[in-house]
Ligand binder design. Structure first.
Ligand SMILES: Cc1cc2nc3c(=O)[nH]c(=O)nc-3n(C[C@H](O)[C@H](O)[C@H](O)COP(=O)(O)OP(=O)(O)OC[C@H]3O[C@@H](n4cnc5c(N)ncnc54)[C@H](O)[C@@H]3O)c2cc1C
Length: 506
């Protein structure tokens, strides 16, 4: 290490964000003389929710050398093929947002344009019939995709559901084995250099002091360093994302776990249902301006499929982002850097991306503003793109049965989303810009699923021989169905590949 190299990294917080960072840094930045210390407080605890992910987590596992089956067995994990949305466009409707593509493009024309053109000529089944992941999910089937891109199964994409507390424990075991030192205690003070305004150390309630050169703030919503000490500021997005409360409760499994999350729209928000190996995770995300705490709890408890296994837990948040994710020598990750809301399970992904980007722009003790500015710009772009996609779910409703849905349906949306909606409404066009997380099939699934059908057809799709489109669509549909019918059930796949040990701690 040269004289400028950072030698002491201090991670504040031991939730999902803290331990993911600890695993990644100890694997990718380990050199003799560099210390990584993680401080967490048992008294404060973690947020303990965050059970659904998106497919990119596989890249984190890869980078961290985590074996997928081992990780799923340790965390009571199951597979996720997408999200079923119930009652979002209008009560009584449902649609599926799958991972992976819909069908195949033909002569350079996007699949969804072929589908929309064909749908003008004859009645077609829901577009989910052309998604390998969605068809498998509808039959409760699962198999890993093969590398051979010619097989329909290669289009299946998956993520995971897992128990967040077990995940933090699993990551902790790996991080400690890779040399991370853990300190338990409550931080009561943060020291800042008068001249540079950089954080120099944190002090625990028992008087111990931990010095560092780079501080990773993973302290949760409060942002102990980034906000409470440094006053970085928070951009509030609640005018577009009015849900600001959640109540969560686990229940027993009424049947084998399905390979997907279900999000059901309720009177002033929505309810999640996440199947794990040992239990079902449930929760209601709602707007406190439209629903009180007791009523929310009542609404959740009256919509469960089996008995609660623990008392309901209430959580508060404000949708938004920290104005600077990296300020001076403090980089915030996880809830400390902001929270959009859990509808599309993107928070753990944002932690992962924060870690990846920080590794790509890892500073030295000189803390070049170029690296910091680039990091902040990339995090901001990513977060705002995700924000727009989440807002779409609320805006694209036709519901008028509550004040909450009336508000969402008629609210103004960011210009970036308004122009996307306009492009779709005219001729069904969707463009993925820059490093946007959600690709065309995701936008198409939600837009069509919530009943927004383009007014006209794409000329390049209309120019293709109708018989060719019709034939191609039918062949694709049958191949996905045939493949799914020959896959193992999700429950059997888990049993064979990654079942939690019978004596695992619940
Ligand atoms: C209702 C809800 C549902 C969610 N669902 C999903 C989902 O399905 N998918 C998804 O990707 N994400 C989800 N999330 C987000 C996800 O839970 C978080 O991104 C993730 O758990 C990371 O949390 P964290 O580590 O940032 O914070 P926390 O879990 O809050 O951890 C904070 C850590 O900081 C420590 N700490 C705080 N103050 C001090 C102090 N003074 N001294 C010492 N230590 C301190 C705490 O002890 C703890 O270890 C959800 C969030 C909510 C609120």
């Amino acid at each position: 290490m040269n004289d400028h190299a950072i030698r002491r990294i201090v991670i504040v917080g031991g939730g999902t964000a803290g331990w993911m960072a600890a695993v990644a840094f100890s694997r990718r930045l380990a050199v003799a003389g560099r210390e990584i210390t993680l401080v967490e407080s048992d008294e404060i605890g973690t947020v303990g929710v965050g059970e659904a992910t998106i497919p990119h987590l596989a890249a984190f596992n890869d980078m961290a050398g985590i074996n997928e089956d081992e990780f799923l067995a340790a965390c009571q994990g199951t597979f996720k093929l997408g999200i079923e949305f119930v009652d979002w466009g209008e009560t009584g409707e449902r649609y599926f947002h799958p991972f992976g593509p819909h069908g195949h493009d033909l002569r350079g024309v996007h699949f969804h344009q072929l589908y929309l053109t064909e749908a003008q000529r004859r009645p077609l089944p829901d577009i989910r019939e052309w998604s390998m992941s969605a068809v498998a999910a509808s039959l409760d089937r699962f198999a890993r995709p093969p590398p051979d891109a010619r097989l329909p199964l290669s289009q299946l994409a998956y993520a995971f559901h897992f128990d967040a507390s077990l995940y933090a424990r699993f990551l902790r075991g790996r991080a400690e084995a890779q040399g991370v030192s853990r300190m338990e205690g409550k931080i009561v003070d943060v020291q800042v250099d008068d001249v540079s305004c950089y954080v120099t150390s944190v002090t625990l309630a028992d008087g111990r002091s931990i010095e560092g050169e780079l501080f990773i703030d993973c302290s949760g919503f409060r942002g102990l360093l980034i906000e409470e000490k440094m006053g970085t500021g928070y951009e509030d997005w609640s005018r577009w994302l009015p849900c600001d409360r959640a109540v969560a409760v686990p229940t027993s499994l009424a049947r084998p776990p399905e390979p997907y999350v279900r999000c059901t729209a309720r009177s002033a928000g929505w309810q999640w249902r996440i199947p794990l190996q040992h239990r079902m995770g449930n929760g209601l995300v709602y707007s406190s301006a439209h629903l009180g705490r007791e009523k929310a709890e009542e609404e959740l408890l009256s919509n469960l499929e089996s008995d609660p296994k623990a008392p309901p837990r209430h959580l508060s948040f404000t949708a938004g982002r920290r104005k600077l994710a990296w300020n001076a020598n403090v980089v915030s990750l996880g809830l400390a850097s902001g929270f959009i809301e859990p509808l599309e399970s993107t928070s753990i992904h944002l932690i992962q991306m924060g870690i990846t980007k920080l590794l790509a722009l890892f500073p030295d003790k000189r803390f070049s503003h170029v690296e910091r500015d680039e990091y902040n710009r990339q995090v901001q772009d990513l977060t705002e793109d995700i924000r727009d996609f989440i807002i779409l779910h609320y805006k694209a409703t036709r519901r008028s049965d509550s004040e909450f849905w009336n508000y969402c349906r008629t609210m103004d949306v960011p210009d970036s989303l308004a122009s996307k909606l306009e492009l779709w409404r005219t001729k069904g066009r969707v463009f993925r810009e820059g490093r946007e997380l959600f690709a065309t099939p995701s936008w198409v699934a939600v837009l069509l699923g919530q009943g927004i059908v383009p007014e006209e057809q794409e000329p390049t799709a209309e120019a293709i021989d109708p018989a060719l489109i019709s034939d191609a669509l039918e062949k694709m549909r049958l191949s996905y169905r045939h493949m799914a019918e020959h896959m193992p059930t999700h429950a059997d796949f888990i049993k064979q590949a990654c079942a939690a040990p019978a004596d695992a701690v619940p």
